[in-house]
Design a protein around this ligand. Sequence first.
Ligand code: NI
Length: 138
Amino acid sequence: MQDKNGVVRFSVSLPPSIVEEFDEVWKSIGYESRSKAIHDAIRAFISEFKWASTETEHVAGAVLVLYYLDKPDLLEKVMSVQHKFRDIISSTTHIHLEEDKCLEIIAVNGKVGEIKRLAEELMAKKGVKQVKVAVVAP
Ligand code: NI
């Protein structure tokens, strides 16, 4: 049910300790109202759920890849995986962390299933230490 402002109001039952902790968190990061904090929390929940549950959902975000240059041809392999998935990659930022350690931030925009496969192919390469995916459902 929407009211005249186009919003839905509903009541939620929660243990007081959770509410207390939630209020502390949104106040500490500068939110001005509990409603805005709950709105964003629900949106984050939806993004998480969609990411986990559907292969065809459209999402956008970033894949972080940490790798060490101690394996032969790793740079070429990481690059060739990205060429293969060029349809869902908007851009890549390469950060030289140390002499032999690199971080790549791959901006992605596409279907969940394809982003998962990109992440898996990168993870499978010897020398790739960590792959993290952070996406939102627009
Ligand atoms: Ni580098």
